[in-house]
Design a protein around this ligand. Sequence first.
Ligand SMILES: Nc1ncnc2c1ncn2[C@@H]1O[C@H](COP(=O)(O)OP(=O)(O)OP(=O)(O)OP(=O)(O)OC[C@H]2O[C@@H](n3cnc4c(N)ncnc43)[C@H](O)[C@@H]2O)[C@@H](O)[C@H]1O
Length: 274
Amino acid sequence: MQNLSHYVIGDLQGCDGQFQQLLRNLPNAPGQRLTLAGDLINRGPQSLQTLRTVMAMGDRARTVLGNHDLHLLAVSQGIRPLHKDDTLHDILDAPDREELIDWLRHRPLAIHEQNHLIVHAGVLPQWNLEQALALAGEVESMLQSDHWIDFLTHMYGNQPARWSDDLAGYERLRCIINAFTRVRFCQADGTMDFSVKEGADAAPEELMPWFEVPGRRTEDVTVVFGHWSTLGLVLRPNLIALDTGCVWGGKLTAVRLEDRALFQVQCPQAQKPG
Ligand SMILES: Nc1ncnc2c1ncn2[C@@H]1O[C@H](COP(=O)(O)OP(=O)(O)OP(=O)(O)OP(=O)(O)OC[C@H]2O[C@@H](n3cnc4c(N)ncnc43)[C@H](O)[C@@H]2O)[C@@H](O)[C@H]1O
């Protein structure tokens, strides 16, 4: 196991200091690999430094895209305004911002590793592993194409909230990207909800966490995700939730896939919830 250690780490959100601390705590085995569950940046104090740290790790660290990473792409192209709690100024003012943005838009939405499917937010219950990876690839191809800015202008919106294989064009891509980077709750038929951000117990009766929709077709693979800080750490045989609210004064968490050993660092509160 020592030569194959693969760690997945929850949302960094610009908390480079805690990321460095966590890295120091991980057993430093040769061949160690990292996958980050997205939202590398924003809300925390060191977005630029966090991005630089991850980029400098090269092939040793991979990341999936999160909603805050996509927000930076949109802001950088003048498609969305900065929000008052955004901490993206240092990236936007960086002399090499084009290189940083370009690197970010070439990251995947989903990674398959040792029968684990790693995404930022969720996977729609109608999708099996192969379909999820193929659909992630559709959005990745668009983001990496010459049409990426046009796509970002069409990315925002909550509809269509329910997947259909017949979806086409920007509606199809929007549904896919909302599932991978924003979903928390769904209705029993897999329709996504974007209004509730609290923990799993907070939703009205007709909603359930996306991973509890009956008949979810990725039940045969372990889905690892971040995004949902109010859900917190969840470890089930086929599910690992890793956003333990680093930026909100919680913890930054890494899990070693081979044996599910957990490594955590306590984080100072960078943002006040609510
Ligand atoms: N296709 C698309 N459509 C729309 N937007 C897109 C998009 N693609 C990208 N975006 C972008 O997404 C960005 C974020 O959207 P937001 O809507 O602002 O993000 P969020 O859901 O609040 O969640 P976040 O990702 O920060 O999750 P967390 O669980 O940490 O936090 C969730 C909540 O939990 C609360 N919370 C955290 N810890 C808490 C605690 N201990 N107690 C109580 N509440 C807590 C926080 O206050 C927070 O409100 C926007 O900038 C937007 O532009």
